[in-house]
Design a protein. Structure first.
Length: 400
């Protein structure tokens, strides 16, 4: 049985700090607003929707206590709507999509909601704790280092200098600014306050005035951490071919911290016909893979290869790619490893410009590539993200 994407909607992204416009909006409310917008847009009866899966990375405080079911209660869809929250770090939003697709393909569920949320201004990244990055019994044998060190390791190992990563970041900002100006982000809604007034209608982090000179002036974010805390020595010990770690990443060429939520409606063909809903795309294949936890962030290429094998496809069969811009070197390595040209990847900018609301990003990327496939009259898209701890995830969709 096939799993179809009937629609997907995301909020605009707000800067994830105390000065961000969405700091006054709870994460549950962000989800409730996309659920309301989805129902209003499609005009469907929510009664047949059995369950909702939401990705959320920092599941504590306002994002704890199963935020998926909490949002389901607030949505007005009905008390029948169940909810489950999951955490596959940065891949959580796409993992939610893939799990929902698997439920539908198995024949156990006819229709589901899937997506993610992260309010990084209200629930700080890392505030949930966890052994992976703080417990010596886990960190030391795994030679686990902070993600920024891993990104600089990728740049050092594969030859991406400061000029190259800054140029990539500049292009991300320019592409996102053009897409914003041109109205390409169609699967997107403004966020409103409790009185129904719009408080943010654009992605707040886009900086169209970004220059290469400005990027070059920024100080590398992880040099002191690498040298003083000894993480550089750890990665050199693991990768002795690296004589030194060249620290090239900073706030301007890494993903921005933002708030946002996204949800997709998935179902089989029979339920769509019954509800008179027209699908936008179908899930062709999906995959996850594990990678070395020290270099950590090189999972997109092997995960994509695995998904392509399942679909009986090759990289050349994909029209557009969304490769999450956790750090510039992550996408540069994907291009180097796969041979996919930049003009097929993140054509409307990525997380460097738009931001990376951890648990929501995977679903947001799906909506972004689907919008662009329709706008440019193309057929196939591949969404992939690197994941903390050494994982990758990928999903292939095809328009119908």
């Amino acid at each position: 049985m096939e799993a179809f994407i009937y629609d997907t909607i995301r909020t605009v992204r707000g800067r994830g700090n105390s000065k961000g416009t969405l700091v006054g909006v709870t994460p549950v409310e962000l989800v409730a607003q996309v659920l309301g917008a989805l129902r209003d847009k499609k005009g469907f009866d929510p009664a047949p929707i059995e369950d909702m899966i939401l990705g959320c990375v920092t599941q504590t405080a306002e994002q704890g206590a199963n935020i998926a079911k909490t949002a389901a209660q607030l949505s007005g869809y009905g008390t029948h709507l169940c909810g489950v929250s999951l955490n596959r770090f940065c891949g959580s939003g796409l993992e939610a999509i893939n799990q929902a697709a698997a439920y539908i393909q198995s024949g156990n569920v006819e229709m589901m909601l899937a997506g993610g949320v992260e309010s990084m201004s209200r629930v700080k990244m890392g505030s949930d704790g966890g052994a992976m990055f703080v417990d010596p019994a886990v960190v030391l044998p795994g030679m686990i280092v902070p993600q920024g060190i891993s990104a600089d390791l990728i740049a050092s190992k594969y030859g991406f200098d400061r000029e190259t990563v800054d140029l990539f970041a500049y292009h991300s900002q320019q592409r996102a600014a053009l897409a914003e100006k041109s109205g390409y982000f169609l699967s997107r809604i403004a966020v409103k306050d409790i009185n129904g007034n719009v408080i943010l209608s654009t992605d707040e982090n886009i900086r169209p005035t970004t220059t290469l000179e400005g990027l070059h002036a920024l100080t590398p974010s992880f040099a002191t951490m690498g040298e003083v805390a000894g993480f550089d020595a750890v990665v050199i010990d693991k990768y002795p071919e690296i004589e030194e770690v060249i620290h090239v990443h900073h706030a301007g060429n890494a993903s921005a911290i933002v708030d946002g939520a996204a949800v997709a409606l998935l179902g089989n063909k029979q339920i769509g016909d019954r509800l008179e809903l027209k699908p936008r795309a179908k899930i062709k294949a999906f995959a996850v893979c594990g990678t070395d936890p020290t270099i950590m962030l090189v999972g997109p290429a092997p995960a994509s290869r695995k998904a392509l094998r399942k679909a009986g496809m090759e990289f050349g069969d994909i029209d557009l790619f969304e490769v999450n811009e956790a750090f510039a070197a992550v996408v540069l390595r994907f291009m180097q490893d796969t041979g996919v040209p930049h003009d097929k990847i993140n054509v409307n900018g990525g997380a460097i410009a738009l931001g990376h609301p951890l648990g929501a990003t995977g679903c947001m990327l799906l909506g972004t590539v689907l919008d662009e496939l329709e706008r440019s009259n193309k057929s196939t898209g591949l969404i992939t993200l690197c994941i903390g701890g050494g994982m990758g995830i990928a999903t292939i969709i095809e328009r119908v």
